[in-house]
Design a protein around this ligand. Structure first.
Ligand SMILES: Cc1cc2nc3c(=O)[nH]c(=O)nc-3n(C[C@H](O)[C@H](O)[C@H](O)COP(=O)(O)OP(=O)(O)OC[C@H]3O[C@@H](n4cnc5c(N)ncnc54)[C@H](O)[C@@H]3O)c2cc1C
Length: 474
């Protein structure tokens, strides 16, 4: 028979600029579009949390609801299955006697292992056609083989942006020939993965998933509000939707492609304004590409405590301190506000991520891979290479970041009050270092004292004391 093809949606949950979808349509055969909830994703790790937490589960459901709605409008649907992907997909290939399996190519070891197992278990009569789709620059177009990817992003960026064109995007399909199916499957309930009712109302993803929302966000951040024009100068802030694009979660699940963003920014440069901000946004997306290719060059070492240079860092790995950090109870408001925002919304600004990572590694002296695993669980925008290589960068390449100084520098008092309501009546200077309050007062607020107040923070602490002198009664 072999008269249908299977289109496996993974982290490419969109209809626009989706090359796998285009190839499936071009095959001329009826398409079975499928998404498999990988139940292993929600397993608990030895560190005491899941591999992926509730916010990411919810965001994924929202993305799927959107794509399903779009496929229904085209006369089809999206088949939903739950289980171990390589097993479930292989079953469907067999059941519907698919001649081809279309999907996005993977790049990280776990996902490549899964594809490998799948390819071994599907019938020989089914061809696997995997398409590269993750990056702005196509893997076949960059001026390097994976073995040659430079060790610095600058070398990669300069050479690549000078010599490589960004490909044009694929349009949205207007007609799709779907397989006929009675039962397309239901979305799983959170309880199926053991998420307990009582935690659910404490969680609220900071953006709503789906291609429709991703495209709306792109329009809003660019042509509608022109916030893009000031990105270069606002991107380091922490509070609100305006200061940075918030494209990351949409890109992580593939609700929008980096190419779509790129070409829209180019249009914006032509029609509205070309400046350092428009350049910088693309620069950041090129970082994302670079980390993808770098992970492919060092597919295993990137996940190891010793990193790609096999270097030993001294860690103490105090599990109680790690717990405090995860819960946002270190007593350092700039760190705690960011960690609580992460736990609640699945998002944290880049400034926050840098500070929380630096604090965990250099002040708490905890293995950076523990922190990377926690971010993996909590981030809506979790992306294997962006997460693990940013953590790796904080552990091995970047300078120490002083969270008290940064809190002052980025005038974080309003932000801290939002996520640490117990500090909402503390004055704008002391809120950066509430341990300076009289002990009984701090205790009454129910906010913890830091484990250690480091000497290296002294200059910032003096500045806070100076600003708040009358209140401290010095
Ligand atoms: C410790 C740590 C862990 C991180 N983990 C992730 C992760 O799992 N997923 C993720 O997408 N980003 C990660 N980042 C990068 C960055 O913090 C987020 O991409 C950014 O904060 C998302 O918000 P935005 O979309 O508003 O970013 P914007 O500032 O608007 O940037 C636009 C886009 O550029 C890309 N980008 C920006 N900064 C980086 C960067 N440093 N590295 C790679 N890509 C970047 C993202 O795709 C982002 O959406 C991490 C950074 C650190 C320091």
């Amino acid at each position: 028979m072999n008269d249908s093809v299977l289109l496996w949606f993974k982290n490419d949950l969109r209809l626009s600029d989706n090359e796998s979808l285009q190839k499936a349509i071009a095959s001329g055969k009826p398409i079975l579009p499928v998404f498999c909830f990988d139940k292993q994703l929600y397993n608990e790790l030895d560190l005491g949390f899941r591999k992926a937490d509730f916010n990411r589960f919810l965001f994924t459901i929202q993305c799927l609801q959107d794509i399903r709605k779009q496929l229904i409008a085209l006369g089809g649907n999206l088949k939903i299955v739950v289980g171990i992907p390589e097993i479930e997909i292989a079953k469907l290939v067999e059941e519907y006697q698919c001649s081809t399996l279309f999907g996005e190519q993977e790049y990280a070891p776990e996902e490549l292992g899964m594809l490998n197992r799948l390819q071994k278990s599907i019938p020989k009569s089914c061809r696997c056609e995997l398409t590269w789709g993750k990056t702005l620059y196509h893997i076949d177009d960059i001026p390097y083989t994976i073995e040659e990817i430079p060790l610095t992003s600058k070398a990669y960026r300069i050479n690549t942006t000078k010599t490589t064109e960004v490909r044009k995007i694929f349009g949205r399909p207007e007609k799709v020939n779907f397989i006929k199916l009675e039962d397309w499957g239901e979305f799983p309930e959170a309880s199926e993965f053991g998420f307990k009712e009582e935690i659910l109302d404490k969680k609220k993803p900071y953006v709503t998933g789906g291609e429709t929302n991703a495209l709306m966000r792109l329009r809003e951040y660019s042509f509608e509000t022109e916030q893009l024009t000031s990105y270069r100068w606002t991107r380091n802030r922490s509070l609100g939707m305006e200061y940075s694009s918030k494209f990351s979660a949409y890109m992580a699940l593939g609700c929008i492609s980096p190419r779509t963003i790129y070409w829209e920014v180019k249009r914006y440069e032509q029609e509205i304004k070309k400046n350092a901000s428009t350049w910088w946004l693309i620069f950041e997306i090129v970082w994302r590409d670079y980390f993808t290719f770098k992970l492919m060059r060092f597919p295993n070492a990137v996940f190891h405590t010793e990193g790609i240079k096999d270097k030993t860092l001294e860690f103490e790995n105090d599990t109680e301190l790690f717990k405090r950090w995860c819960e946002g109870k270190t007593g350092i408001p700039f760190v705690d506000a960011h960690m609580r925002q992460l736990n609640q919304t699945g998002y944290m600004s880049n400034r926050g991520r840098v500070n929380c990572a630096s604090f965990l590694i250099h002040d708490y002296k905890i293995d950076w891979t523990w922190g990377a695993s926690y971010f993996e669980a909590m981030l809506l925008d979790y992306d294997v290479s962006s997460n693990w290589l940013n953590w790796h960068y904080q552990a091995f390449e970047s300078y120490y970041t002083n969270p008290v100084h940064q809190s002052l520098k980025y005038k974080a008092s309003e932000y801290i009050k939002k996520y640490l309501p117990e500090l909402s009546n503390v004055d704008d200077a002391l809120i950066h270092a509430p341990w300076l309050l009289p002990e009984a007062e701090l205790e009454a607020l129910g906010y913890p004292k830091p484990q250690t107040v480091f000497k290296k923070w002294q200059r910032s602490i003096k500045a806070i004391q100076k600003k708040s002198q009358p209140k401290l009664d010095l």
